[in-house]
Design a protein around this ligand. Structure first.
Ligand SMILES: Nc1ncnc2c1ncn2[C@@H]1O[C@H](COP(=O)(O)OP(=O)(O)OP(=O)(O)O)[C@@H](O)[C@H]1O
Length: 354
């Protein structure tokens, strides 16, 4: 499911009125999961802007292999290139501090802390059901932690993305499957936020959409419907929707993009294309137009080794609701941590039990 949420906090308005620049499109036709509770449909325009898309030790006795884990900061005792501590706090865009989250009786996150700095390409990995998507949604402001804090550019987020009024950072979230609006064209999907929330004229938005689609390697698809696209193309359209921004604004805030399993369901070559695309829209990359990307930092949740190797520089390993290992990608394959070794090899033998 794709979701572009913009946090400054632009996002897509889902109030129950007709779209300003998308004739005939009515927000009530949005999928039900995108609906905004009536009680939240008041307040300022900013408040009405909404999202569309929608460590303690592990509980099991894992034996000696976990004895090297520091339960306070969750860093394995291997000699790894981990977080740079107190250095240059100014470049921290998102920080999770001791985040806890439960669903009913199920404790999913049990004290997760990490920082995402300007310029970083970070992967979150770990066994299924360990809370990777949950922490992504908490970073995005779609879910609130039960305990702990999320800081955006040094400021504590008070509620969800639409409540806190924090500006200074845009956050784009690209869900696993595209979740494009089936009844809208590619152009309308990609330009949705701008049609809704910007003062840009329609022809200018259309031009920007075409340019953004070209940046992700798509040409001549503006008028197609999502049903006419392949799975890989839908992922690219979803990416375009997450990175487009109002370039007429005087100041452009940096953007962090959060990708939830962006290569899931793709064949190896299509995965490589998406992995390179993720790199290319980053500020250290070069997009399909030969221009530097605009994305300041990104976080990728993935299970795929190719994505780990190709698309990220630093890894956080989440297991049983805690970060039990972190290091650079090149340190992952050679790690002596038994959890990491089992995960990397896919072995059934080891501390991770299914
Ligand atoms: N909204 C929700 N309500 C109830 N339980 C939830 C909700 N969201 C997630 N969970 C549960 O929380 C746990 C963690 O889910 P999450 O999707 O974050 O895991 P994950 O690590 O991303 O898994 P996977 O790798 O399989 O996608 C799962 O047991 C899931 O069922």
């Amino acid at each position: 499911m794709f979701l572009a949420l913009k946090m400054s906090i632009s996002v897509v308005s889902t109030t129950n009125s007709t779209c300003s620049a998308l004739p005939g499109f009515h927000r009530s036709s949005l999928p039900r999961r995108f609906a905004v509770p009536m009680s939240k449909r008041s307040g300022s325009r900013r408040e009405r802007e909404r999202i569309v898309c929608a460590c303690t030790t592990p509980s099991r006795n894992l034996g000696d292999e976990l004895s090297s884990i520091d339960v306070n900061n969750s860093i394995c005792s291997e000699n790894l290139s981990v977080d740079r501590g107190d250095e240059d706090e100014a470049d921290i865009l998102i920080e999770c501090k001791d985040v806890h989250k439960s669903f009913g009786e199920k404790q999913v996150l049990r004290g997760v802390s990490f920082k995402i700095r300007h310029g970083e390409a970070v992967g979150i990995i770990g066994p299924s059901g360990t809370g990777k998507s949950t922490i992504l949604k908490i970073m995005a402001g779609l879910l609130a932690p039960d305990k702990g804090e999320v800081h955006i550019c040094g400021r504590k987020r008070r509620g969800l993305v639409d409540d806190d009024g924090i500006s200074g950072l845009r956050i784009g979230l690209v869900f696993q499957s595209a979740a494009l609006f089936d009844s809208l064209t590619v152009r309308e999907n990609v330009g949705f936020l701008l049609y809704e929330n910007s003062c840009m004229p329609k022809n200018q938005i259309a031009e920007l959409v075409t340019e953004t689609l070209a940046a992700v390697g798509l040409k001549g698809v503006d008028d197609l419907m999502p049903s006419e696209l392949s799975g890989g193309m839908k992922k690219r359209v979803a990416l375009a929707r997450s990175i487009i921004f109002d370039n007429t604004k005087e100041s452009i805030e940096p953007e962090v993009v959060l990708y939830d399993e962006p290569t899931a369901g793709l064949d190896p070559i299509a995965s490589t294309v998406v992995e390179d695309l993720i790199r290319s829209v980053h500020l250290k990359g070069e997009n399909a137009m030969g221009k530097p990307g605009n994305i300041a930092s990104y976080v990728v949740v993935t299970h795929q080794h190719s994505t780990i190797r190709r698309a990220v520089d630093r890894l956080l390993f989440l297991y049983e609701g805690k970060i039990v290992w972190q290091g650079m990608t090149h340190e992952f394959m050679s790690s002596t941590n038994l959890i990491v070794r089992q995960f990397a090899s896919g072995s059934l033998d080891g501390p991770i039990r299914y």
